[in-house]
Ligand binder design. Structure first.
Ligand SMILES: O=C(O)CCC(=O)C(=O)O
Ligand SMILES: [Fe+2]
Length: 359
């Protein structure tokens, strides 16, 4: 009998899963069943924990099903965002004028990104949701919806962080303890990509990794998110009701490089508006993020990253010219830089280009 999560593996029905972590959707993207992690028997939980670890290690990306975030709430989030995007510009002016350090910021328009040598057509709204909640004043209903969504996704994220910890062979609470996750920093980002049917060189958001620990993402039914896997860009197609989970830079640091922050980007659709909504959660802003000691001690290469305060890491990422995953290089212990996938010297002004997606 397959375990419950094996049921979601249309690509490998005969059980030959390769590196798909034992359960996968289209293109082998791993699928993790939170229901099994919470309510399964010991064996099922241990199998699902292993699968989650494999997903983080080999993909940095997976879908989670039975996650407990109501679909109706996700629809409300999208509807409220749509309302926000269509407000007259002067009703959003203070947020459009805001900088990367402001708790609410709205970005509109076109940016050139030399990371991908592409024009990015992306509007966005960013709101800091935890430890203090902020959001635009209008539309009025946005606040309650976003408060609820941030709380639900934070709860899910805390649960996933425990499983991540366990999958690394640590106590369930270890990562939470070292990164003070009760005081985690959370940002919500709504992305809006108008349709574009023109020729090459236009995309939604260029290749990057997110600076947090884990990012939760869903979209409005229009595909466009791509993740880099084994050197190839794969378009992520969600299973109905699933959420996408992406590993971020802080997870790469804390796991001493065992789990890599996933490179991802978004394409625009030729005829339809694509929208996505991101809940990015990271450590407490004042936590010093460094590899968990036991993991570094058990690694023949030792400590692969120096410690850095999460707040300083984010500032560095947002203020420097950088590409893809280059922000990680400031904490990478010398010698490991050469093994990093992304060290070409394309540069993009985070501030003006919107490259820094969660700034
Ligand atoms: O729109 C997407 O699917 C990706 C968005 C993203 O990567 C981000 O906001 O950090
Ligand atoms: Fe992202």
């Amino acid at each position: 009998m397959p375990t419950p999560s094996h049921r979601h593996c249309p690509n490998h029905p005969k059980g030959d899963h390769g590196d798909c972590a034992g359960a996968c959707g289209g293109d082998g993207i791993p699928v993790i069943d939170l229901g099994v992690l919470l309510n399964g028997n010991a064996e099922e939980r241990s199998q699902a924990t292993h699968e989650l670890g494999q997903a983080c290690e080999h993909w940095g990306f997976f879908m989670v099903i039975n996650h407990g975030v109501p679909e109706a709430l996700q629809e409300e989030v999208m509807e409220a965002c749509k309302e926000l995007y269509s407000l007259p510009r002067d009703e959003k002016a203070e947020y459009i004028a805001a900088g990367p350090k402001d708790p609410v910021r709205i970005g509109t328009g076109l940016f050139y990104s030399d990371v991908d040598d592409a024009i990015c057509r992306r509007g966005y709204v960013k709101m800091v949701a935890h430890p203090e909640f902020h959001c635009p004043a209008k539309p009025a209903r946005l606040r309650d919806i976003a408060v609820e969504y941030s709380a639900r996704t934070r709860q899910l994220w805390l649960e996933l962080a425990k499983v991540v910890s366990e999958s690394l062979g640590l106590d369930r609470g270890r990562i939470s303890e070292v990164l003070n996750l009760e005081s985690c920093f959370q940002i919500l980002v709504g992305n809006n990509y108008p349709p574009y049917a023109g020729s090459d060189g236009v995309m939604g958001i260029s290749a990057h990794s997110d600076h947090g620990l884990l990012t939760l993402l869903f979209q409005n039914g229009v595909d466009g998110l791509q993740v880099k896997h084994n050197g190839q860009w794969i378009t992520a197609k969600p299973l109905p009701g699933s959420l996408f989970i992406l590993t971020g830079d802080q997870l790469e640091i804390v796991s001493n490089g065992r789990y890599k922050a996933v490179l991802h980007r978004a394409l625009v659709h030729g005829r339809q508006t694509r929208m996505s909504f991101v809940s990015l959660v990271g450590p407490c802003l004042d936590a010093v993020v460094e590899p968990v000691l036991e993991l570094a001690q058990n690694d023949p290469q030792g400590m692969k990253f120096r410690g850095i305060r999460y707040r300083d890491y984010m500032e560095h990422q947002q203020s420097s010219k950088m590409n893809t995953k280059a922000a990680l290089d400031i904490v990478r212990v010398q010698g490991d830089i050469l093994t990093c996938e992304s060290t070409t010297n394309n540069s993009t002004e985070a501030d003006s280009s919107g490259y820094s997606p969660t700034s």
